[in-house]
Design a protein around this ligand. Structure first.
Ligand code: NAP
Ligand code: MG
Length: 401
């Protein structure tokens, strides 16, 4: 059979440890035999990031803006232990943070549902996609410990010399203080990413904050979403029979527990951090969560939500057998190939992405799965696969048609 041809390359960002091993095998077994794979390759493995003084990360993000679609392998975020392990020149920033800063995007995380892995919440029938605002709030805070009695104020010094002050608290004794911020520009691009993604997926969009308590901060999020919705998206939502709905974060949590799924839940930065781990664990496993960064500049970067699975890699290095789940990484590739196919009107590529996903799910539904899922499946007959054999089993399912 002739291989599927591609017209535009996908930006390929290679990574670290166990996921780097899986990456190569996925390409060899599941992609290259079927597609004349066109990628622009960037090695984001920590050694190469260190050699290039992290320039490779910036270049890969710029290439993503140029081509529109990237697929990324999990990468190590350096800490003190990694500085030593890899003799790093510097404690390079998290590649994801660098890429996000350049693409200015919103991260959408969706669990992969498969028969035999039941969500803890019984009424969840369809995936819930979490959209997390990835800028500001407590992640870019200023904080201090208050040593003793005194008055704390919020002070804004305008460039025009005007000053705005607001009392925070008069301390009678020691305490703590924190200052957080966000920008209208970042909230606006977050809102646009969410509305656009809801249209792409043809799913309802929920958004929730605590605007009854935070009457200026959270309320601004609510107002910006509402304004952009009415001005730019309401017509399209109505045409597609989609709903945008705003509610309080505590009400949203209660409703999510009773919902069937099949919608996008947009959250502020901290809420999104916490809720995405809750949603992914409740759906079964972190190893079954996909992630896509959608940029308002029109670029998409696909990846697995989990890390480099370091513990398994060290076993692999000792020559021991591993059973690492490659599903989220496979779905990162299929997501990127599908998007490339949509942008290029390449129906063969779209059909291949669908076929790869179907084969992956079918393989698991036949009881062939890695250890992490074997431990939680409701299937009676399970054949636990090692990392390599699981990928080979998917290949077999693919070839059976
Ligand atoms: P991790 O790689 O997600 O793994 C944590 C644990 O979760 C594993 O030890 C394993 O549990 C389980 N697990 C995760 N993915 C799995 C998979 N595909 N198959 C089977 N089990 C899986 O997180 P980490 O160990 O905290 O971080 C390792 C490195 O990844 C760090 O250097 C971190 O900086 C990096 N990281 C990168 C990204 C990214 O690039 N997006 C995200 C997060 C972390 P068991 O050991 O119990 O089997
Ligand atoms: Mg988290």
């Amino acid at each position: 059979m002739d291989k599927i041809q591609m017209t535009t390359p996908i930006v390929e960002m290679d990574g670290d440890e166990m996921t780097r091993i899986l990456w190569k095998e996925i390409k060899e077994e599941l992609l290259s035999p079927y597609i004349d794979l066109k990628t622009e390759y960037y090695d984001l493995g920590l050694e190469h990031r260190n050699e290039t003084e992290d320039k490779v990360t910036v270049e890969s993000a710029k290439a993503t803006l140029k081509y529109g679609v990237a697929v990324k392998c999990a990468t190590i975020t350096p800490n003190a232990a990694r500085m030593k392990e890899y003799s790093l020149k510097e404690m390079w920033k998290s590649p994801n943070a660098t890429i996000r800063a350049i693409l200015d995007g919103t991260v959408f995380r969706t669990p992969i549902l498969v028969k035999g892995i039941e969500p803890c919440v019984k009424n969840w029938e369809k995936p819930i996609t979490l959209a997390r605002h990835a800028y500001g709030d407590v992640y870019k805070n200023a904080e201090l410990k208050v040593p003793g009695p005194g008055k704390a104020e919020l002070v804004f010094l305008g460039e025009d010399g005007k000053e705005i002050r607001e009392e925070i608290h008069s301390f009678q004794g020691p305490g703590i203080l924190q200052g957080i911020h966000n920008t209208e520009q970042s909230i606006e691009s977050f809102a646009r990413c969410c509305f656009q993604y809801a249209i792409d997926l043809k799913q309802d969009l929920w958004f929730a904050t605590k605007d009854t308590i935070s009457k200026k901060y959270d309320h601004t999020f609510k107002d910006i979403f509402q304004e952009i919705y009415e001005k730019e998206y309401e017509k399209q939502f109505k045409e597609l029979d989609l709903e945008y709905f705003y509610t309080l974060i505590d009400d949203a949590v209660a409703r999510v527990m009773k919902a069937k799924g099949g919608f996008i839940w947009a959250c502020k930065n901290y809420d999104g951090d916490v809720m995405s781990d809750m949603v992914s664990s409740a759906f079964g496993s972190l190893a079954m969560m996909t992630s896509v960064l959608v940029s308002p500049k029109g670029a998409y970067e696909y990846e697995a939500a989990h890390g480099t699975v370091q513990r398994h890699y060290y076993k692999h290095l000792k020559g021991e057998e591993t059973s690492t789940n490659s599903v989220a990484t496979i779905f990162a590739w299929s997501g990127a190939l599908r998007k490339r196919g949509e942008l290029d009107k390449n129906s063969a590529l779209i059909e291949f992405a669908n076929r790869l996903e179907r084969a992956t799910l079918k393989t698991m539904e036949e009881g062939k799965m890695t250890k992490d899922l074997a431990l939680i499946t409701s299937l009676k007959e399970v054949h636990v696969q090692n990392s390599q054999d699981f990928i080979k089993a998917i290949r077999q399912t693919m070839d059976q048609g």
